[in-house]
Design a protein around this ligand. Structure first.
Ligand code: GDP
Ligand code: MG
Length: 229
């Protein structure tokens, strides 16, 4: 009898765990080698790898987070190595609610490329997409090429939020995803963002009867590096 009861309690507990209010589609964009896959892996709990192989194939991860008391599933898409060939496709951007725009604090080139990435995000995703600028590899202070001040200025001029992170130490990684998610949620609550608009990148979760005809979910979950040789 107590076994049956415990089983029931476990079942209810587990179902509660997966009750979500919203699902947000997130992108991670920026030049190759800036640490996009490492940031995603750190966020979803995979170990940091020094010799992370290039992302090839479809790659994304998901995580349920609590934002202001609302359980929200973040579905995060990684560029799958397409950025190396400057061929990140329209379908990758379509219907994203938020994006982390990543540069490498030790690479001036990756910082100089930000304007192109930003233009693509705003034209190919949505003009309303919430973007957080991420200066990654902040642990490599001795090799820094981009100062915090100039990146803050770029963020301000382009109406982006900004954080410096380290996918190696984990510093500010969770904060980056949460900060972006909090802003999306705040805009839903003020009515600035409409989850019912097709392509908003937002879907209602399992805790509501409302459903969207939002973009199809990908069929694979490959949170770890999907290298092919
Ligand atoms: P992506 O091409 O943007 O997906 O970049 P990766 O995640 O593949 O990372 C490129 C390289 O930078 C790899 O060798 C990572 O180990 C390294 N890397 C990524 N993030 C950091 C970081 O925060 N600090 C340091 N020191 N190395 C990092
Ligand atoms: Mg990658």
């Amino acid at each position: 009898m107590s076994k049956l009861f415990n089983g029931l309690v476990n079942k209810v507990f587990l179902s509660q765990l997966f009750v979500t209010e919203y699902l947000f589609k997130f992108l991670v964009i920026g030049s190759a080698g800036t640490g996009k896959s490492s940031l995603l892996n750190n966020f979803i709990g995979n170990k940091f790898k020094e010799d992370r192989c290039h992302t090839i194939g479809v790659e994304f991860g998901s995580k349920i987070v609590n934002i202001g008391g609302k359980s929200t599933k973040l579905q995060i898409w990684d560029t799958a190595g397409q950025e190396r060939f400057r061929s990140v496709t329209r379908s990758y951007y379509r219907g994203a609610a938020g994006a982390l725009l990543v540069y490498d604090t030790t690479s001036r080139d990756s910082f100089n490329a930000l304007s192109n990435w930003l233009r693509d995000a705003r034209t190919l995703a949505s003009p309303n997409i919430i973007i957080l600028l991420v200066g990654n590899k902040k642990d490599l202070e001795e090799s820094r090429e981009v100062t915090f001040t100039e990146a803050s200025q770029f963020a301000q001029e382009n109406e982006l939020m900004f954080l410096e992170t380290s996918a190696k130490t984990g510093e500010n990684v969770e904060e980056a995803f949460l900060k972006c998610s909090k802003t999306i949620l705040a805009k839903i609550e003020t009515g600035e963002l409409d989850p019912e608009r097709i392509g908003s990148g937002i879907q209602y979760g399992t805790n509501t009867s409302k459903r969207l005809s939002a973009p199809k979910k990908p069929t694979r979950t490959t949170p770890d590096c999907a290298c092919r040789v």
